[in-house]
Design a protein around this ligand. Structure first.
Ligand code: DGL
Length: 271
């Protein structure tokens, strides 16, 4: 454990944009008394199609911003950033940095019965092999089948989560997993939990869906407890939201991702 901070310090959460609100939602649910700062890099999204070097550079800039706000922990909600940037963020951070890959993989490894796991994510996440590598660290005997599902991001943002087009695209992306005979699928992108219903319809109810964000929130709680950093104040935690562009759209579609409307979103410029 690095530098110990006060339990009332906020947790910093960041994503390329709005999708990380699905992770924030899980955090708010599991840790209602925590102060949380959410950062969405809406000016520079998507990260999923950008090079590893660029995603690392952006992530480092955001981590510095959050550390300046005295966060007690950094949660990298973005799967693409978690796939490539964690070692770099850990190097510069004096507080724990948690990504979504390990908690999601761990949950999938304990869920699978037939040792066949599917992973869906952005191109960047899939090409990094981060999930496959992590799953094999837990158990080398598991077969991992990955697929980049880039269009899902736009479907989720536009609210096209259950219409004909969403069904068609989901079928096109996911049908191959039936031949692969997976019994567990990791939703390895912030946006995909919003599409859970359609994904389940295409794959059938027998395939377990693992929400990496939800698993990460549980891991955050476990780590806070372990390091005696849980905020035990009785009043609900304060939540602050920062974006780098497009406040209006962020506010408008936030409800779909967070389950509640957002009013106070600040636009800032990163140094
Ligand atoms: N937040 C990204 C992720 O979880 C998806 C959106 C993007 O490509 O920036 O990988």
């Amino acid at each position: 454990m690095k530098k110990i901070l006060s339990p009332s310090n906020p947790i910093g959460v960041f994503d390329s944009g709005i999708g990380g609100l699905t992770v924030a939602k899980s955090l708010f649910g599991i840790l209602p008394n925590e102060n949380i700062i959410y950062f969405g890099d809406t000016a520079r999204l998507p990260y999923g199609t950008k090079s590893k070097e660029t995603v690392i550079r952006y992530s480092v800039e955001i981590a510095k911003f959050l550390l300046d706000k005295n966060v007690k922990m950094i949660v990298v909600a973005c799967n693409t950033a978690s796939s490539v940037a964690l070692p770099y963020l850990r190097k510069l951070s004096n507080v724990p940095v948690i990504g979504v890959i390990k908690p999601g993989s761990k949950a999938a490894v304990s869920a699978t019965n037939n040792y066949r796991i599917g992973v869906i994510g952005t191109l960047g996440t899939v090409q990094s092999y981060a999930y496959k590598t992590q799953i094999h660290k837990f158990d080398r005997n598991i077969e991992v089948f990955s697929k980049a599902c880039s269009l899902f991001v736009q479907l989720a943002e536009d609210g096209w989560t259950e219409n004909k087009i969403a069904a068609l695209i989901a079928k096109e992306y996911l049908s191959g997993f039936k031949d692969d005979k997976i019994d567990t699928l990791i939703l390895g992108c912030t946006h995909y939990p919003v599409l859970k219903i359609i994904i389940s319809k295409v794959l059938g109810r027998k395939i377990r869906l693992i929400d990496s964000g939800e698993e990460t929130a549980k891991e955050v709680r476990r780590l806070l407890e372990q390091f005696h950093l849980v905020n035990n104040k009785k009043n609900p935690g304060k939540h602050k939201f920062y974006v780098t562009d497009f406040q209006k759209k962020f506010r408008e579609i936030s409800e779909r991702f967070l389950g509640q409307p957002l009013h106070d979103v600040k636009k800032i410029k990163l140094k």
